[in-house]
Design a protein around this ligand. Structure first.
Ligand code: CO
Ligand code: ZN
Length: 327
């Protein structure tokens, strides 16, 4: 596994709407692997690989953007109030660190609260960036920030910030690297603004006008204490989506992925995710409709600064995708 690449991908700055730096990293990696690269008006990077003929036009999407924070107000004492970029749970933020686009690092903490048993809301949190007043605060209203969380490998487990969805970007890049020949016209979309409404994949898929679309993203697991019952576990193989909070995977796509997993002899799991969705939900609704599905990488602690995946699941997701694209 290319841990250096995964580290670069997970650590690079890129909250929704601010994907320039991560797009540059991905562009460098994919440019030598494809026939054409372009950037769409909303910032998605679309890498096109010619097929040998007789196949379909297939769009693959992994989102480049990450959840984060945005400064909304600076207190007189220099503390920064913020709102979320994407789905942020206050409990996952307290005690963590954020880095703003200009490099300034801050600590997220919480006001003293009279009722210690009630859940804090984002409005009860603030960021201490080391300022002593509003005047000397190095962060301005509107500045976006990312969470800090280095990549660590422990046995087969990998932990980092922003596995959602840089591990999907990694899978898509490595699939393009391993895919030597395909009958299909392959469009790899590294999408923007997934976390705030699937904007990049929706617009790029419209332009591609594909026959089939597959997103590569993380999904939750049911294998942690008192988790919602869910038939997906870490380390038991990539998951093939059946349904999530935003779509039902098209049977054509689902069955193609199952057939590929079986052909390659890979472990795989069927995924039914109760809440949340992916770029596939947007791509299936462009133009007259596009049969869509999803290859999911099981992930614990999604939308926290410490998202955990299994290295074998990641490798097997790459093989699954490559196998599916060969026929
Ligand atoms: Co997400
Ligand atoms: Zn995601």
């Amino acid at each position: 596994m290319n841990l250096d690449l995964l580290e670069k991908l997970t650590q690079t700055f890129g909250p929704s709407g601010y994907e320039d730096a991560i797009r540059d990293v991905i562009r460098q990696e994919v440019a030598p692997l494809v026939d054409e690269v372009r950037v769409d008006p909303l910032g998605s990077l679309v890498a096109y690989r010619k097929g040998t003929g007789g196949g379909q036009k297939i769009a693959l999407a992994a989102h480049m953007d990450e959840i984060g924070v945005m400064a909304t107000y600076v207190e007189e004492q220099g503390y920064v109030r913020f709102t979320s970029i994407g789905g942020l749970r206050p409990l996952n933020c307290v005690g963590s660190r954020v880095r703003f686009a200009n490099g300034v690092v801050g600590v997220v903490s919480m006001e003293r609260r009279d009722d210690v048993n009630s859940m804090p809301a984002l409005q009860h949190l603030y960021i201490d960036v080391g300022a002593t007043s509003r005047e000397d605060c190095p962060v301005a209203v509107g500045d976006p920030g990312q969470f800090i969380g280095p990549l660590v490998r422990q046995g087969n487990r990998l932990v980092s910030k922003t596995m959602d969805d840089r591990v999907g970007c990694y899978v898509l890049i490595e699939a393009l690297r391993q895919l030597k020949e395909t009958p299909h016209e392959v469009y790899a979309i590294f999408s923007t603004q997934e976390e705030i409404g699937l904007a990049g994949a929706r617009t790029s898929a419209f332009r591609v006008d594909p026959d089939m679309a597959i997103s590569i993203d993380v999904t939750g697991t049911g294998d942690t204490p008192k988790a919602h019952p869910m038939a997906v576990e870490l380390g038991k193989g990539p998951a093939i989506k059946v349904k999530d909070g935003g779509m039902i995977a098209h049977p054509l796509v689902r069955d193609k992925l199952v057939a590929a997993a079986q052909e390659a002899g890979l472990p795989y799991q069927m995924e039914i995710l109760l809440g949340g969705s992916t770029d596939a939900a947007a791509m299936q609704l462009v133009r007259a409709g596009v049969p869509s599905g999803c290859v999911s990488i099981p992930c614990r602690f999604i939308h926290s600064p410490s998202e955990m995946v299994d290295a074998a699941d990641v490798e097997n997701a790459i093989t699954l995708l490559v196998t599916a694209l060969r026929v």
